[in-house]
Design a binder for this molecule. Structure first.
Ligand code: A3P
Length: 368
């Protein structure tokens, strides 16, 4: 690791002498002394954005959660409006960067793990006893752009990472730099059937508010004012980009990943420019990655059973791994709730070629 990288990340003592790969992606927590301390996330928001934020439409949220503000058509937590501005103005993706993008509760953790394990497999064989995913939560391996762009120090950390970098975001596509300035960076988007996303989100938020009715969560998603919503516009932004630029945006479906994870890991590897060799196929590397990242396996690991998702968002990490199935909405939603979501989906998506009834997707038809 270079001197400047060591200085910037001020390595924790235990990691200071560990070998650090000169190629990315590196497990982010291994090079970030601040992660887990909350110091960067609690940094004051820049004064210059106070007027911008206070002038935006507001949707208050209970339980100490940051209010939502509608910025450029999307409902963002108040603290992340300046983050969106910073991303739009200053984020300079590299040609070989890979960004995992998603609406919350659509399989982010899984796709982070799969993409990390796929891209880092030469430095960290998936079947190896020392794999970073055996001691770190997937979100500790893949830095969250929103957290990094909360401060100049975070931005500098991102800049110092070796290529290829792997990052994660929940931001809508319009908060990302325009494609022509993105230097060819690649985006892996994971989308999920909205009723299952709502049920997953409800279970998650109940960790903060146990009496939260499912109807309230469903209503806020349907009305658009859910974190990073409207979900339909979030999905459509990335969907349109994937149809216009399939070599830059890979559109994955959570349900399809469940149905055939190995097929999608191969697709992912080809997309990021690291296809599996014949020797790797023969050695069973794809299956090793699938097994390493399976919910059944991740759930058993100490790193995923302890700790919290974020120092200022006190949900236990184990809440990231619940059932991991498709169609769980039938166990919780009333027929009226389900119908309302289906009607909005039909209305928003009917001209787009994207449906949630059948699982045959655009991504399947791309010969990567
Ligand atoms: P459920 O609540 O329906 O079980 P996110 O990572 O975007 O927060 O999404 C969380 C959802 O993905 C949860 O869905 C969770 O159980 C599921 N999930 C997490 N890890 C998974 C994995 N390795 N494989 C399949 N699903 C996973």
């Amino acid at each position: 690791m270079s001197h400047s990288l060591r200085t910037l990340f001020s390595l924790r003592p235990s990691m200071a002498d560990a070998p650090v790969a000169s190629v990315g992606p590196v497990p982010f927590k291994d090079v970030d002394a601040d992660s887990g301390s909350g110091s960067s996330v609690l940094e004051q928001l820049p004064e210059e954005h106070a007027d911008l934020v206070s002038g935006l439409p507001c949707a208050p949220r209970p339980n100490g959660l940051s209010n939502l503000r509608c910025y450029e058509g999307f409902w963002l937590p108040e603290w992340s409006v300046p983050v969106a501005v910073a991303l739009q103005r200053r984020f300079q993706p590299r040609r070989d960067d890979v960004i995992v993008a998603s609406f919350p509760k659509c399989g982010t953790t899984w796709v982070n793990a799969l993409t990390f394990a796929t891209m880092a497999r030469r430095a960290h064989p998936a079947a190896g006893a020392g794999h970073p995913l055996l001691r770190l939560n997937p979100h500790q391996c893949v830095p969250f752009l929103e957290a990094l762009f909360r401060s100049r120090r975070g931005e500098a950390k991102l800049e110092a990472l070796p290529s290829p970098r792997l990052m994660n975001t929940h931001m809508p596509l319009r908060m990302m730099p325009p494609a022509d300035s993105a230097g060819g960076c690649k985006v892996v988007y994971v989308c999920r059937e909205p009723k299952d996303m709502v049920v997953s989100l409800w279970h998650y938020l109940r960790r903060l508010q146990p009496d939260l009715p499912l109807a309230d969560v469903s209503e806020s998603v349907c009305g658009g004012a859910a974190m990073y919503g409207p979900v339909w516009d979030h999905i459509l932004g990335y969907w349109s980009a994937s149809t216009a630029r399939p070599d830059s945006v890979l559109f994955l479906r959570y349900e399809e990943l469940l149905r055939d994870p190995a097929k999608h890991v191969r697709k992912l590897a080809r997309f990021v420019g690291l296809p599996f060799s014949g020797a790797e196929e023969e050695a069973g590397v794809v299956d090793d990655i699938v097994k390493l990242c399976s919910i059944g396996h991740l759930k058993t690991l100490e790193a995923n059973k302890t700790g919290h998702v974020d120092p200022i968002f006190p949900i236990p990490r184990e809440a990231l791994f619940r059932k991991g199935v498709a169609g769980d909405w039938v166990n919780y939603m009333t027929p009226e709730m389900a119908r309302r979501i289906d009607e909005i989906v039909a209305d928003k998506f009917h001209t787009t070629g994207l449906t949630f009834q059948e699982w045959l997707t655009h991504a399947d038809s791309i010969d990567l």
